[in-house]
Design a protein around this ligand. Structure first.
Ligand SMILES: NC(=O)c1ccc[n+]([C@@H]2O[C@H](COP(=O)([O-])OP(=O)(O)OC[C@H]3O[C@@H](n4cnc5c(N)ncnc54)[C@H](OP(=O)(O)O)[C@@H]3O)[C@@H](O)[C@H]2O)c1
Length: 292
């Protein structure tokens, strides 16, 4: 039904998307990572997408090392901003739609209620700044694109907080975890499925492609401390966890204290049902614990 190109396919979200091919067999998928298609090379993207005649490009490629980005600013900007501009240029030229993934770190975290899709963006880390620039570049080059901001991604693939806490919980008797940063943990498989659900709804002509900024995370909120307690409880790990403040766990890049995303636009435009974070965590942990 749709010819879909995925960039950054070896990453966490890319692998989640790949795992849904059988569930959405009506589409054709071309899954690439940096060795097949380097998004930093504008000519390569134009050539690749000209030949492939794609309907959609889902961009999962990114520089995601949040702390390292503070001192590797050139590399982070190149991948998170300049390369996204390349994608926008190619999209306009070769006539495909882009669904680009961005982050809650575009916000400063000083809010007390969920950030709406049009809330003022004030990124505090360089990673957040580079991702925000990528959003702007894409929408300037090809306004007929979708940006989906997400948060606190985890899954059975790649490196993520859930896998780290499972490992540390088994190795250590005690852990100290930050309790004053609040967000919404998001199962990357839920996000991957929503992206494919949106494309499928558009292709079936029941819904229009409505460009612009969207937010997607799982429902509900918690702190990293609450999240860890739940990870260990669901995995049957006995570890003593103490809550600490962010200032007791300094990081190179500042983290938003409150980065809850309001998701009204995606829910209303595409009639999406979003699972509660603990329900999805339970699903992911079943897979992870079975693998151990
Ligand atoms: N992880 C989170 O908690 C989180 C939260 C909010 C938003 N997001 C956003 O969600 C998206 C997906 O995140 P993720 O966790 O799946 O990231 P990830 O696991 O780090 O995957 C990113 C992928 O992009 C590839 N890549 C890097 N440079 C590339 C290039 N020049 N050309 C093509 N591919 C390239 C990476 O390859 P290498 O590994 O070889 O570099 C990697 O396979 C990103 O846009 C991220 O900013 C993530």
């Amino acid at each position: 039904m749709a010819n879909i190109l995925i960039t950054g396919g070896n990453g966490q979200l890319g692998q989640c998307l790949a795992s849904f091919q059988a569930l959405y067999p009506e589409h054709d998928y071309t899954i690439t990572d940096v060795d097949d298609l380097n998004i930093c090379n504008g000519d390569e993207i134009i050539e690749f997408t000209k030949e492939g005649k794609f309907d959609y490009l889902i961009n999962c490629a990114a520089y995601t090392a949040v702390d390292k980005a503070e001192h590797e600013q050139v590399a982070a900007k190149k991948i998170n901003a300049d390369a996204v501009k390349n994608i926008g240029v190619a999209a306009k030229l070769n006539n495909f739609k882009v669904i680009h993934i961005s982050t809650d770190y575009v916000f400063d975290g000083r809010a007390f209620k969920p950030y709406s899709e049009d809330a003022v963006t004030i990124p505090e880390s360089f990673y957040g700044q580079s991702k925000l620039l990528g959003e702007k570049f894409l929408l300037e080059e090809q306004p007929d694109s979708m940006v989906i901001r997400t948060a606190w991604l985890y899954s059975e693939f790649g490196n993520n907080f859930v896998k780290t806490m499972l490992k540390l919980g088994q190795e250590r008797e005690e852990l100290k975890i930050v309790a004053d940063q609040i967000g919404s943990p998001t199962y990357a498989k839920d996000l991957a499925e929503v992206v494919l659900e949106v494309i499928t709804k558009i292709e079936k002509d029941s819904f229009p492609f409505e460009p612009g900024i969207y937010h997607y995370s799982n429902e509900g909120v918690c702190s990293w401390y609450d999240f860890t307690i739940n990870i260990h409880e669901l995995a049957g790990i006995d570890c003593n966890i103490s809550p600490i403040e962010s200032k007791e766990y300094p990081t190179a890049a500042p983290r938003p204290h409150y980065s809850v995303l309001g998701k009204n636009k995606i829910k209303e435009n595409y009639k999406i049902n979003i699972p509660y974070w603990r329900t999805s965590l339970e699903k992911c942990l079943k897979v992870l614990v079975a693998k151990q």
